[in-house]
Ligand binder design. Sequence first.
Ligand SMILES: C[C@H](O)CC(=O)C(=O)O
Ligand SMILES: [Mn+2]
Length: 344
Amino acid sequence: MKWDESDRAVRLVDTSLRDGSHAMAHQFTEKNVRDTVRALDDAGVSLIEVSHGDGLGGSTFNYGFSLVDERKLIAAAVDEARHAKIAVLLLPGLGTVGDLRAAADLGAGAVRIATHCTEADVSVQHFGAARDLGLETVGFLMLSHMSTPEALAKQGRIMVDAGCQCVYVVDSAGALILEDASERVAALVAEFGDQAQVGYHGHQNLSFGVANSVLAYRAGARQIDGSLVALGAGAGNSPTEVLAATFERLGIRTGVDKDVLMDAAENVVKPYITRLPVMDRSSIVQGFAGVYSSFLLHAERAAERYDVPAHEILYRVGAAKYVGGQEDMIIDIALQLAAERDQG
Ligand SMILES: C[C@H](O)CC(=O)C(=O)O
Ligand SMILES: [Mn+2]
C-alpha cells in the first residue's frame, strides 16, 4: 500500500463516519468508529472524516443528538488510524474555534469548513485559526447547485485567500447532473490555478455520484469524497468502494485497495447500518427539487408525526429554497400540509 500522497492521481476521502452520521441518526458507537477507521486505514484511505453529521457542536435539539460525544469518537478514530489523517467538519456558527482547538488537541489533522455556497465569508476566521493550529484545511461550498460556476469560483476565492488548501464543490442535494458538476469544478480550477486544489462531494439522489466524480476528476478535482455502502444523507454519498473500482478501471491511481474497501463495506459497515441509503421517492425528490440531503430524516419524522407525505414536504422545501440550519421549517411545512388537508 502506497502512503506517498504524490503517488496518487486523486485522493479518495471517506466520510462514512461524518456524512453517514445523518443516515445513522447520529447513533454511531465507538466500536463502529474504531472498526471503520481500521478498515479504511488498511485499505489505504489517507483522509477519514469523523464528526456529528452537521459538524463539531452539531449534537443539538435542532440537528439531532449524538449517541456518543463526538470528541470521544474523534479520539477513538485518531487512536485507531495508523497512517490516515482524521478530519473533522465544522460549520461556522454551529462549531466554534474552541471546538476546533479541542479536535486538534485530540489529534485531528485536518478540518473541512462548510458554508452555504454564497456565504464563504463566514469561514475566514476559522480558516485562519485552523492554519494557526497547523491543520490541513478544506472548504465546503454546500448546495453548490444553487450557484453558477462563476459565482461559486468567487466564493472559493474567499476561502483560498483565507488559507484554505482545497475547496470542494459540494452537491448537498444530489442535484447536479454531469456537466453541472464538471463546469463548477472547472470554474474553481481556473480561479485557483496552483494556489489550491479542488474537491468534489457527491450524493446519490439522482444516482450521479460516481459519474459526476469521474467528470469532476477530468475537470481537475484532485480530492473526491465517498462513503462505504454510500452511508450518507439522502440516498447516500458516492460509494467509496465503487469510486475505487471505477477509478482503477479507468487507470487513475487512487492508492487505495478496492478489494479491502469492498470487504469493509460488506463486513464492517453494512452490518451496523440501521437504514440503508436508497434512491426512494423522497430522496429522488430531494435531488430533483434541490433539497439538502440531510433534511431527509427530519422530513420523514415530520411526515409521520403530522400524517402528511414526506415527499410533499420535500417538494415544498425545495420550492422555498431552504438551506442547512433551517431544519425547523420542515415542521412548519408539515403543519401547513396538515392544515390544508384538514380544510379539505
Ligand atoms: C453539513 C452537511 O451535511 C455537509 C455535507 O456533507 C453536504 O452538504 O453534503
Ligand atoms: Mn454530504
